[in-house]
Design a protein around this ligand. Structure first.
Ligand code: ITT
Length: 216
């Protein structure tokens, strides 16, 4: 029987990226596989705090080892915003509302706030904190970051969230113009996952992995 791990996110874009990169002989389940799982509020002040709270909370609720991620966009000219509020920067998501509409609204808000800001001051980064927890304790925490600039308009239709306005100077493209493989090779989430993966690949799963924190 395969070892079962819960990926605790409701965001289909994140699930796709995590599953593709954690290409292991594990049975992955998502939040939608459970009826009546209450939502865990992401009210922490940092990405790491939120990832920890979600991983532990859902692991306790389901009895399964759980991977949770908190991630977002940090824009220097906005004093670090949208930060931990990245997914709801333009307002809370209403029940049943399409994620891509919200992503579009969030992007418009960032572009509007940066309208008068020159290219040299449009530095930003994507940050991802991942946490793997058992029902008893936090097992591993990792982090990744991707540095870039906020473009002045949306370019590209790949990825999700703020990808179409996140310009990567070394590739001369926005993340919205990258293929999934190109994104995963450099992204904040890709880095955090690559740090976590060896702990899951050890037989029996994760047994030999000490609790550790791995900075970006
Ligand atoms: P869960 O809480 O269910 O995981 P979420 O979308 O609400 O899903 P977060 O609270 O971590 O997730 O918010 C992350 C937001 O940050 C996400 O909605 C995007 O707007 C943005 N974001 C994070 N990673 C991104 C990426 O790789 N590309 C583009 N935008 C990203």
């Amino acid at each position: 029987m395969k070892f079962k791990i819960l990926i605790a996110t409701a965001n289909p874009g994140k699930i796709a990226e995590l599953r593709a990169m954690l290409d292991l002989d594990i049975e992955w389940v998502g939040l939608s596989d459970f009826a009546n799982l209450g939502e865990i509020e992401e009210d922490g002040a940092t990405f790491a705090e939120n990832a920890r709270k979600k991983a532990l909370g859902y692991a306790k609720a389901t009895g399964l080892w759980t991977i949770a991620d908190d991630s977002g966009l940090v824009v220097d000219a906005l004093g670090g915003k949208p930060g931990v509020k990245s997914s709801r920067f333009s307002g809370d998501k209403l029940k049943g509302q399409d994620q891509s509409l919200i992503d579009h609204r969030n992007i418009q808000k960032v572009l509007k706030l940066l309208k008068a800001v020159p290219k040299s001051a449009r530095k930003a980064r994507f940050v991802c904190c991942l946490c793997l927890a058992s029902p008893e304790k936090v097992l591993v925490e990792t982090q990744g970051t991707l540095e870039g600039l906020i473009a002045d308009k949306e370019i590209g239709q790949n990825g999700f969230g703020y990808d179409p306005i996140f310009f990567v100077p070394s590739l001369n493209r926005t993340v919205g113009q990258l293929t999934a493989d190109e994104k995963n090779a450099i992204s904040h989430r890709g880095q955090a996952i690559r740090k976590l993966k060896p702990c899951l690949a050890l037989p029996p799963v994760g047994r030999a992995c000490p609790r550790h924190r791995s900075g970006g």
